[in-house]
Write a protein that binds this ligand. Structure first.
Ligand SMILES: [Zn+2]
Length: 464
């Protein structure tokens, strides 16, 4: 049998597997916990370790980029083809806190391999998924006989993702010229499950607000005054009750303006995923599903915007009773947004909707936190199709598509660089992100290597 590109990649990957896993284990031993100041030195050490390793991999440019917080790592490998598309890979080298007593079966910072899995903090989120790119690009060169990648390859690996990426947007803006790319590949997500390789096509955005309604200057007697003055808690409850209509749609006028609707193709592909509602309900610890009429559970979570009450309060909260009209009441709301929605316009719509419902004699204060934009790459985008083809070659099976209901800094890259964001992750739900015994499946990790080995050629062809 002749040595096809796919078998050459496979052979190369197997041959370098042991050294690759040793290197990853070495990186996982650095406890780069960005949330804990006592690990600041370790986060820096992690950045320097990665920068050195990327240089050994062959990246001609590797730099540690300072921020007001933890450092990021940037690397660049230009293609000899002048017309090659520019690809920016995003990941992060910081990790969540972890301690043996949280329920780990082994030291979180002393990685071990058990049953084909590597256990250690960061194994899946996100060091493992950053690291498959290193062997991937070498396999790409070895299998194609090239000396430079088929795309102009850039890597940006930040050090504050687990702390909310407080300086990421500013870093991206400041370094926009160096980061400029035709497409962004985010490797900080996962697949449906071990047997169902999928590509994620987008994430929801997020807008958060707090509404406080105020009545009397202090709590007053409900016998002396009750029935004759407005009660801010009642006004707030009416406001919250008006947030959704009978069909579970958000009743804020203008909220759905611009929403990118699901295509029939995407709905059909979502429906092919092996989704089991009972299992899903168990992971949600919920007794029933509920939401916008006309949409499946996955569609509701991935492709529809929402309004949720995250916290609500006001008035007497102690034991027994206290007969007062409270002086104030508050609610904390969050809105998950989908492609086509503009967070600033949503905020304006929410403000106008709330203000119109404040009764006479009740004061109000509405505050918004900085919003995160949604991002979505259409299914027929050539770069997305290239990712699916590369993954299909590595996994040898049909690739399906998901989205992510959460929100993340990837949208900042889409915003600042004006490039589509694609998500290439090989993690699975059982990997235990942020929890004890975080692990990565070694077979899937190696499939990640093979996927990226195919991806650069696929993208160069697709984006030519
Ligand atoms: Zn992550």
């Amino acid at each position: 049998m002749s040595d096809t590109p796919d078998s050459a990649v496979h052979t190369y990957t197997r041959k370098h597997r042991a050294a690759f896993l040793d290197d990853l284990a070495e990186w996982l031993r650095i406890p780069s916990v960005s949330a804990q100041p006592e690990h600041d030195g370790d986060v820096r050490r992690s950045a320097e370790w990665l920068s050195k390793k990327l240089a050994e991999t062959g990246f001609p440019v590797t730099e540690v980029w300072e921020t007001p917080g933890a450092p990021a790592v940037f690397a660049e490998w230009p293609s000899q083809d002048p017309d090659a598309p520019v690809v920016l890979v995003y990941g992060h080298h910081d990790v969540q806190p972890a301690a043996r007593e949280d329920g780990w079966n082994s030291d979180p910072f002393e990685p071990v391999i058990r049953d084909g899995r590597m256990y250690g903090r960061g194994a899946a989120d996100d060091k493992g998924q950053v690291f498959f790119h290193t062997l991937g690009v070498r396999a790409h060169l070895a299998a194609t006989g090239r000396t430079t990648p088929a795309v102009h390859l850039k890597l940006l690996v930040e050090g504050e993702e687990e702390s909310g990426s407080p300086h990421f947007r500013a870093l991206a803006e400041e370094r926009a010229a160096r980061l400029a790319a035709d497409v962004v590949i985010v490797s900080d997500t996962g697949m449906w499950d071990e047997n169902t390789p999928t590509v994620c096509t987008g994430m929801r955005g997020l807008a958060e607000c707090e509404i406080e309604l105020t009545g009397p200057a202090q709590d007053i007697h409900s016998g002396s005054f009750g029935g004759a003055v407005p009660n801010p808690a009642t006004a707030l409850a009416r406001l919250v009750a008006a947030l959704h209509d009978e069909d579970g749609r958000v009743a804020v006028p203008g909220f759905y303006d611009g929403v990118t609707e699901l295509t029939e193709t995407e709905r059909e592909l979502f429906a092919q995923l092996p989704f089991d509602e009972d299992t899903w309900l168990r992971t949600a610890s919920s007794r029933a599903t509920a939401g916008e009429a006309g949409y499946s559970t996955l569609e509701r979570v991935w492709a529809r915007p929402t309004a949720e009450v995250n916290g609500i309060g006001g008035g007497y909260q102690g034991a027994g009773s206290k007969t007062v009209i409270p002086s104030s009441a508050f609610v904390k709301l969050s809105f998950r947004l989908v492609a086509g929605q503009d967070p600033e316009r949503v905020q304006e719509a929410v403000r106008a909707w709330a203000e119109a419902r404040v009764p006479a004699g009740v004061g109000h204060r509405i505050t918004f936190s900085p919003a995160t934009r949604p991002c979505l790459t259409p299914l027929d985008h050539p770069a997305l199709q290239a990712v699916a083809r590369a993954m299909g070659r590595a996994f040898g099976t049909k690739i399906l598509f998901t989205r992510e209901g959460g929100s993340g800094p990837a949208a900042d890259l889409q915003d600042v660089l004006g490039a589509p964001v694609l998500f290439l992750g090989i993690s699975v739900p059982s990997d235990g992100w942020h929890g004890p015994d975080e692990k990565v499946e070694l077979d899937l990790l190696l499939k990640g290597v093979e996927t990226t080995a195919h991806l650069w050629g696929e993208l160069a062809t697709a984006l030519r």
